[in-house]
Design a protein around this ligand. Structure first.
Ligand code: ATP
Ligand code: MG
Length: 563
């Protein structure tokens, strides 16, 4: 265990929650919320926050709200609202009737702003955004007061009311908190609370032309909903004094406690909504559900299960310091889950035809195969064997080097669940490429063992040619070739590290006939080739498409062993 890890389920936040519950704070109540902004799709980083917020609520018999933080109409859309709800549900969490929108509080938030103005704690500023920035000062120098800072209460009330009524141009005025222009924390230097945006909102339409800023909205929404613990990522640590200041200076229904935790960073990927939007909009990937990106819908399409994502979130634990999690741990989590549950079948991805010359034409053997050696209840199935089969092209070499133990001229190997075969001839095309093998089989080895006890060094998977179903198979690699694509490098951005080979599409793959009946989202292991799922979008009966979720090779387990 690294110092950033804790026992699954218990961490510094649960310690705080347990202490608060024990002290009967909030009358022994626990209420959390997951507050996405509907300006993009959820990613695996959000899953960490979802598992935490819904997870502690369930552990401590509390509640968790889903709240859309929808205060920026220029970037938000119902498409995102719907997708976010689908993803949270798919992950296995339920907000019951606790679905909220910050935009439902616009009227109450306006009233809270008026309270601040009446107390002389907020003012309308006529400076524009650039001027405000220039007045803000720096970490080493204090800011300077706006010339409008000392407007009277009545004038402020009148101006704010006219801002709401649409009397002023966008950008011409804002409402600011009156705190301290020399405050050591720059966020506290009279932060903007409201700005004018003459844009229709996806829920409130044209009712409003002023919109509250995040820092004002978030704490008050928490308070209105009676949230007890407001869990957010570390980048909001500097905003906590403002969170508290707003709640202390209005008649807030309650004062939730903000606690920050480290956001999830994953190697070989990007987890910022802005960058994911760029990848989608600039066509580097096919859409939000492209299996190469770490969005929840992308992972779902790739074949990740909700269980594997929840287990991953448990495993990474919760820390107060930023770190990067090895993407191999995510891959380990899905491998572990599918190893337990995925039926094993045979699929030949790069087929090479084999004709078994001493096998009777037209005859079919129905061989018994184990569905899942990890699951005694999974049972067995019949796999047809015939004179012509396919094996994996890579399983044959005409001139095999020393360490290659699979098929070659004159060699004998086992076909999984079937027979021993020996390669007796090679057929080539005009270019010299091997296009077919000639073999003989030993009928006495039916089931995969030789009665005379002779051994073979390899077992190959195969599919009967006459019975095979054709499929397209998509293989994925990491989207970035660099462990930390966000790392600053002279003249480069993360986009310069996109791996052009992250998607490889194979056509004419040959699968066991049982897969003809599989439905969308079906997952399985193609023996020796990895875990696969049927693509929920592009796969059609008669034109099957499978995605490789993950390979069988387990880099993470190896690392753990070495360490
Ligand atoms: P991004 O930084 O990717 O643009 P965001 O923070 O703007 O994401 P929100 O919709 O505001 O996205 O996030 C909703 C919740 O999810 C917030 O509480 C946020 O802290 C949390 N969250 C976002 N990204 C991560 C992450 N990588 N790890 C953990 N929690 C995250
Ligand atoms: Mg955010």
């Amino acid at each position: 265990m690294t110092e950033n890890e804790t026992t699954p389920g218990s961490n510094f936040i649960t310690t705080i929650i347990e202490a608060d519950l024990k002290a009967n704070k909030n009358n022994g109540r626990l209420a959390t919320r997951f507050p996405p902004e509907p300006n993009g799709y959820l990613h695996i980083g959000h899953a960490k926050s979802i598992c935490l917020n819904f997870g502690v609520a369930s552990t401590y018999h509390g509640t968790c709200n889903l709240r859309f933080d929808d205060t920026n109409p220029t970037k938000e859309d119902v498409e995102y609202v719907d997708a976010i709800m689908e993803d949270v549900r798919w992950l296995g969490f339920d907000w019951d009737d606790r679905l909220h929108y910050a935009s439902d509080y616009f009227e109450q938030l306006y009233d809270f702003a008026v309270q601040l103005i009446r107390k002389g704690k907020a003012y309308v500023d006529d400076l524009n955004a650039d001027e405000i920035r220039l007045h803000r000062g720096t970490l080493t120098e204090p800011g300077t007061d706006s010339p409008w800072r000392n407007r009277g209460v009545e004038e402020n009330l009148d101006l704010f009311q006219r801002m709401r009524a649409g009397k002023f141009e966008e950008g011409s005025r804002v409402l600011r908190a009156k705190i301290d222009m020399a405050h050591p924390n720059l966020i506290m230097r009279d932060p903007t609370l409201y700005r004018i945006r003459k844009t229709s909102h996806h829920r409130t339409g044209d009712t409003w032309c002023i919109y509250p800023m995040y820092d004002f909205t978030h704490c008050l929404s928490d308070s209105i909903e009676g949230i007890t613990h407001s869990l957010c990522t570390l980048e909001f640590e500097n905003n906590r004094p403002l969170y508290d200041w707003v709640l202390d200076n209005v008649d807030a229904p309650c004062h939730p406690r903000q606690i920050e935790f480290a956001r999830l960073n994953l190697s070989y990927t990007v987890l910022s909504k802005r960058k994911l939007i760029q990848l989608v909009e600039e066509g580097h990937v096919s859409g939000w559900d492209d299996p190469r990106i770490p969005t929840i819908c992308g992972l779902r399409r790739r074949g990740y299960t909700p269980e594997s994502i929840r287990n991953f979130c448990d495993r990474i634990g919760l820390a107060k310091r930023d770190s990067v999690v090895d993407v191999a741990l995510l891959e380990y989590s899905i491998r572990e889950d599918l190893n337990r549950r995925a039926p094993r079948v045979m699929g030949v991805l790069r087929p090479l035809k084999v004709v078994i010359e001493n096998y009777p034409a037209g005859h079919v053997d129905e061989l018994e195969a184990v569905n899942n050696p990890e699951d005694p209840n999974a049972g067995v199935r019949k796999v047809p064997f015939s004179r012509e089969i396919y094996i994996e092209r890579d399983d044959f070499m005409e001139n095999p080097p020393k360490k290659f133990f699979r098929l070659g001229p004159g060699r004998e190997v086992r076909l999984r669940y079937a027979f021993f075969i020996t390669c007796t001839g090679v057929v080539k095309d005009d270019t010299g490429e091997v296009i077919e093998l000639r073999c003989t089989y030993d009928p006495a080895t039916r089931g995969g063992d030789a009665p005379d006890g002779r051994k073979v060094k390899a077992t190959l998977h195969w599919v009967s040619a006459a019975h095979a179903v054709d499929a397209e198979v998509r293989l994925y690699d990491r989207l970035f070739s660099k462990a930390n694509p966000d790392e600053k490098e002279e003249g480069k951005t993360y986009k310069d590290f996109i791996n052009p080979d992250a998607l490889e599409v194979l056509h004419g793959c040959k699968l066991e006939p049982i897969l003809a009946d599989a439905g969308p989202g079906y997952f399985c292991q193609f023996e020796r080739m990895g875990y696969f799922c049927m693509d929920a979008k592009d796969s059609k009966s008669g034109a099957l498409v499978f995605n490789r979720t993950v390979t069988l090779r387990d880099a993470w387990a190896k690392l753990q062993k070495k360490g």
